[in-house]
Design a protein around this ligand. Structure first.
Ligand code: ADP
Ligand code: MG
Ligand code: ZN
Length: 513
């Protein structure tokens, strides 16, 4: 029997707010354990959460960017479970009424574009981090991360291959980076992904029993874990066994997934609305400081007293629409719009526009280079060639590149002016990437400037002709193709520095004299 994979992802993104979602503690990564905590995020009895408005605003941006419908009112719920990294014994999340629902993003794999549904986006708080001591049977817990705001983005089970899953994750990450609401760092865990996967016979539509995979902190691991799980489930099904719904951990060192625990059901969590937090009304975002809970209670009370219920609802609706409209105005350009603009404004092929905009930093780099050297296609070729080769070799992001866009622009201008050849420019670029030096100094220090001195080249050209009388005779007999050979010889002698046009002219003159 032929099986197809059905995959749905739950993606958690840490929001780049300065403070935590329900208290004023800082969110900075890497501080000594338990130095960014307070009674609220430590879950001390008698403390109360106060919602961080910026977290809501960030989450709303992601919702708009992914075409979600934003609920006029959403509700925080307690997800109850016991684990040492969760001081309150419950996580504040959203359950029945999430912030936003019914979105979608398009992904393209192997030239095929597919639309992937987004079920919901909701806000929640992060848990702490357990640190397992190696020497002793002791574990530590760091609560700095407790209460850092997260959005969870849940996809429909629309993905069909590990490649699609990885691409979907890339597309989400890129949007988060464009919105500047998450740093997208998978290794540090600011972007995390759980993958749900099941198999079903090709041609059927019912969903099979699934497993949930965790602990994949790179795109490659997401692909590998899903590949492994597809093979495992297929073997299992072919043996006539049933897939047990469970949570499995990816072990990168072994290249396998291992059963961690039976999969809990939603009802196990005893979700219920958190009585400590008011519903989030998007229409109130600009009007009140959500952080000032008292004010908000006051506004609600006034609203309810002064107008009839129906009128109230209409006003809520209108305010909701208004709030969404003003949110749209704060939205930056998104990947899709930027791709289209690159195509139109810079007249770039769609392929170039796609590659450049699929990484915000790369697109920024491209536009910064254009400011110095306004020839889009030349810059694009260089970025997709030399720059991306360098990034790949170093396995680094654009941020780590030592060549500033201005310097790349100046390098290209030097080629344009004939100061160096395109070939030499690549050598100069390599040096720039290695040392961070500027093109002019490198060309001067390494003596790489193009030789445009007729006298210097002519002496060498004469030597070449003297050494190759047969080819010279051929040329004079009409075989003008040997010109390429002569120019090549001169290039070799000058290590590529001879001005090729000048070399041509000199040989032609000498041969036709
Ligand atoms: P949970 O309670 O684990 O959060 P959900 O129903 O919210 O479960 O689904 C979580 C994710 O699992 C979603 O991305 C969804 O698309 C995906 N999913 C649900 N059922 C299946 C299935 N049978 N096979 C693959 N993915 C699934
Ligand atoms: Mg889940
Ligand atoms: Zn705190």
């Amino acid at each position: 029997m032929e099986f197809e994979a059905v995959i749905g992802l739950e993606v958690h993104a840490q929001l780049l707010t300065r403070s935590k979602i329900f208290c004023g503690c800082p969110t900075a990564f890497g501080a000594p354990p338990n130095t960014q905590v307070c009674p609220v995020c430590l879950g001390m009895p008698g403390t109360l959460p106060v919602l961080n408005r910026q977290a809501v605003a960030f989450a709303l941006k992601m919702a708009l960017a992914t075409g979600c419908r934003i609920n006029p009112e959403s509700v925080f719920a307690r997800k109850n479970y016991f684990y040492p990294d969760l001081p309150k014994g419950y996580q504040i999340s959203q359950y029945e009424l999430p912030l936003a629902e019914h979105g979608q993003v398009d992904i393209t794999v192997d030239g095929r574009t597919r639309r992937i549904g987004i079920t919901r986006i909701h806000l929640e708080e992060d848990a702490g981090k357990l640190i397992h001591g190696e020497a002793r049977p002791v574990s530590f817990v760091d609560f700095n991360r407790t209460g850092v705001p997260l959005i969870e983005i849940v996809s429909e089970p629309d993905l069909r291959t590990p490649e699609e899953a990885a691409e979907y994750l890339k597309v989400l990450r890129n949007i988060l980076l464009y919105l500047e609401i998450c740093d997208g760092n998978m290794e540090e865990g600011s972007l995390r992904c759980d993958a749900n996967i099941s198999l079903r016979p090709v041609g059927t539509s019912a969903l099979g029993a699934r497993t949930e995979l965790k602990n994949m902190n790179s795109f490659r691991f997401v692909r590998q874990a899903l590949d492994y799980e597809i093979r495992r489930q297929r073997t299992w099904l072919e043996d006539g066994r049933e897939i047990v719904q469970e949570t499995r951990l990816w072990d990168a060192a072994k290249g396998q997934t291992f059963s961690m625990r039976g999969k809990e059901e939603a009802h196990d969590y005893r979700y219920f609305p958190d009585p400590d937090l008011l519903p989030v009304r998007v229409s109130d975002l600009n009007k009140v400081h959500i952080l000032e809970v008292q004010d908000m209670v006051h506004d609600h009370v006034v609203d309810e007293l002064s107008i009839t219920q129906k009128h109230n609802l209409e006003i809520q609706d209108a305010r909701h629409d208004q709030a969404i409209a003003s949110l749209w105005q704060e939205m930056p350009e998104l990947p899709k719009a930027r791709r289209e603009r690159f195509h139109k404004e810079y007249n770039l092929p769609e392929y170039d526009a796609d590659v450049l905009t699929s990484d915000k930093a790369l697109a920024d780099y491209f536009e910064a280079t254009l400011e110095e050297f306004p020839q889009p296609k030349v810059v694009s070729n260089w970025i997709m060639g030399e720059v991306m080769r360098e990034l790949k070799r170093e396995e680094a992001g654009v941020a780590a590149l030592k060549v500033a866009p201005r310097d790349l622009g100046r390098l290209l201008a030097l080629v344009e002016q004939g100061a160096i050849s395109g070939k030499i420019a690549k050598t100069v670029f390599e040096e720039m990437a290695a040392t961070g030096g500027d093109p002019e100094s490198i060309i001067r220090e390494k003596n790489l400037a193009q030789i445009s001195d007729t006298g210097a080249l002519e002496t060498q050209a004469q030597e070449i002709l003297a050494a190759h009388p047969k080819e010279a005779a051929d040329y004079r007999a009409g075989k003008t193709k040997v010109m390429g050979f002569f120019v090549g010889q001169l290039m070799r002698r000058t290590k590529g520095q001879a001005n090729p046009q000048l070399a041509n002219d000199i040989f032609r003159r000498l041969l036709e004299e």
